[in-house]
Design a protein. Structure first.
Lengths: 166, 129
């Protein structure tokens, strides 16, 4: 038996070695819809923006803009940063290995909802009419990741549905 | 359909939720007060609401014989997050140390959290197959 490979065999080998691994973000994004891909990028951008912003004084600046108790916000921020980092890691690793992805999204959604509600309830007593615009921007910024998470879950539920049409 | 073990876990968790809500109701009714002043009553009201919503949703899904795994996963994550928050930030967040039942519930909290996580894993594995 010859040790040399034929041209076809060489091409097949090259194609197989160049193929994307199923355990990669690229492959697992590729098998999902365009909307899911876009939402996933958006979600990552939001998480990274929060992680970068929490390392600066931006949050404290915002807390001083609205008439909120700064000490409560600052102490809470550490835990929230930790939780967002954990969920950021979990969602990305889950997508990479295609394991527990929808669980990661559902967990992130429940904790994020709790975070939003507690934050609003923490502030609402101290808000005045002057805080309308800063607070509106704050609400809008919070609603963007929430919407992205909901769309991601819906897309994943649709994708993993056993009797889906496509 | 729940397995026997899941039914036992559900019964324990239901009892836990009922005791918790009972204590909250007594506190709100002014029957007894906390040892220390509660830092934020709104946070407890929020938590009570979340616990009620999760319990209702899970029970409804079980009654309707629809998949409930994802909601249990969400409830387990929520419980873990509040557990972390309690230990890192809010002191005496479980705000009823005067009552003997509150002490028992406080001590059993990690156990119930583990039960919830176990149930979530088991339900998801059953629903996935």
């Amino acid at each position: 038996m010859s040790d040399k490979l034929s041209k076809e065999e060489l091409e097949a080998l090259r194609a197989s070695t160049e193929a994307v691994s199923p355990n990669s973000i690229a492959y697992n994004l590729h098998i999902r819809s365009k909307l899911a891909r876009g939402c996933f990028y958006g979600f990552n951008v939001c998480a990274l923006a929060f992680l970068f912003a929490s390392g600066t004084n931006v949050m404290e600046g915002w807390l001083s803009l609205v008439n909120a108790p700064p000490e409560e916000g600052v102490t809470d921020l550490r835990v929230r940063t930790l939780l967002i980092f954990v969920f950021f890691l979990w969602v990305n690793l889950a997508l990479t290995f295609d394991r527990f992805y929808i669980e990661a999204l559902a967990s992130a959604l429940s904790v994020y909802l709790y975070a939003i509600v507690t934050r609003f309830s923490q502030f609402y007593e101290h808000l005045t009419l002057d805080d309308f615009w800063p607070f509106s921007i704050f609400v809008l910024l919070r609603l963007i990741p929430l919407a992205l998470l909901i769309v991601l879950i819906k897309e994943e539920v649709h994708r993993t549905k056993p009797d889906r049409a496509d | 359909m729940l397995t026997r073990l899941e039914r036992i876990i559900y019964a324990f968790l239901a009892a836990y939720v009922c005791c918790l809500l009972g204590l909250h109701a007594l506190y709100y009714a002014g029957i007894f007060t906390a040892m220390e002043r509660d830092p934020s009553a709104m946070i407890h009201a929020t938590r009570t609401t979340f616990v009620c919503i999760f319990f209702t949703l899970i029970s409804l899904q079980i009654v309707r014989r629809r998949p409930s795994g994802l909601i249990i996963v969400a409830a387990a994550s929520y419980s873990a997050a509040t557990f972390i928050e309690d230990f890192l930030v809010i002191e005496s967040s479980f705000f009823l140390p005067e009552h003997p039942m509150a002490g028992v519930l406080y001590a059993l909290r990690p156990l119930f959290l583990l039960m919830l996580v176990y149930w979530a894993v088991r339900r998801r594995s059953i629903e996935a197959t």
